[in-house]
Design a binder for this molecule. Structure first.
Ligand SMILES: Cc1cc2nc3c(=O)[nH]c(=O)nc-3n(C[C@H](O)[C@H](O)[C@H](O)COP(=O)(O)OP(=O)(O)OC[C@H]3O[C@@H](n4cnc5c(N)ncnc54)[C@H](O)[C@@H]3O)c2cc1C
Length: 243
């Protein structure tokens, strides 16, 4: 089950954000899925979940991590410490693109929750034309935290139906939204901000990040749609809770 990883590179974006690149003999994963990473601390093994952000075709695997506690701190210093860690042969999770036609796909995330979308965008995104419009809504505290901005812009420049909306919550940045995503989702006329309203019958909404953003987005959309109860919950939302 456990595959030993060959460490390639650590990129420290800031004193709390980093990416780690490595090779491991894993099975093909579906973009959006996560691995279980294992390290040995003293005589104990500790496991944590991390989403792959690379294309499923890439031999080099990549994780994008927020340094927050025990394991992420060790990984942040992995090039100095011992470089031994493992990932699971299989990858897991249902946070994957729906295999169905939708009018608009809303890809909502906060912080490192953008990771699974990066993998999706790098992996023949929308090759079956399932989504007529794609709206990526990403929230960060400071603009410098959007470390994959350039990569994402480069990918979406090849499409004429994907739009990126950036929400910077702790500083005022020109041409970006300076409040939380949920502040705008509560508004009545989303066309004004995003060019489209959310239609629970024709759209699909993906959310990745912490529990608050997931609950808040779901509740706002629920409250705005009286018919919501009649609709199957899982058909409208796909979400992944990081913490
Ligand atoms: C399915 C799944 C996929 C995940 N994918 C990723 C990923 O791609 N990148 C990633 O950074 N994390 C991801 N996480 C969270 C990750 O598994 C760990 O929980 C996280 O790295 C903290 O572990 P730790 O040992 O460093 O901290 P711990 O010692 O376990 O302490 C946890 C602390 O970290 C905070 N925390 C956990 N995750 C984050 C985060 N992403 N941003 C800010 N604060 C956080 C918690 O609130 C808590 O305060 C994922 C979690 C799940 C369930």
């Amino acid at each position: 089950m456990w595959e030993k990883c060959i460490f390639i590179k650590l990129i420290k974006w800031s004193n709390y954000l980093f990416s780690i690149k490595f090779k491991a003999d894993i099975l093909k994963f579906i973009p959006g899925q996560f691995t279980i990473l294992r390290i040995k601390i003293r005589n104990n093994y500790i496991n944590r979940f991390y989403s792959y952000i690379n294309s499923y075709k890439s031999k080099i695997l990549e994780l994008y991590i927020h340094k927050s506690g025990i394991v992420s701190n060790i990984l942040y210093n992995i090039d100095k410490n011992n470089k031994i860690f493992y990932v699971t042969k299989k990858s897991y999770g249902n946070f994957i693109l729906p295999n169905k036609k939708y009018n608009t796909l809303w890809m909502i995330s906060s912080g490192t929750g953008i990771g699974p979308y990066i993998s999706m965008l790098k992996s023949d995104f929308n090759k079956n034309n399932n989504f007529k419009y794609v709206k990526i809504l990403h929230s960060i505290k400071y603009i410098k935290d959007f470390v994959y901005l350039y990569n994402i812009k480069k990918i979406i420049n090849n499409y004429n139906n994907i739009e990126l909306f950036i929400f910077v919550t702790k500083e005022n940045i020109k041409n970006h939204f300076n409040k939380r995503i949920t502040y705008f989702l509560k508004k009545n006329n989303l066309i004004k901000y995003f060019g489209r309203n959310i239609n629970i019958y024709n759209d699909h909404i993906m959310i990745c990040g912490n529990i608050n953003i997931i609950n808040d987005v779901i509740n706002i959309i629920k409250n705005k749609n009286i018919d919501y109860i009649n609709k199957n919950y899982k058909n409208i939302f796909t979400f992944e809770k990081y913490y």
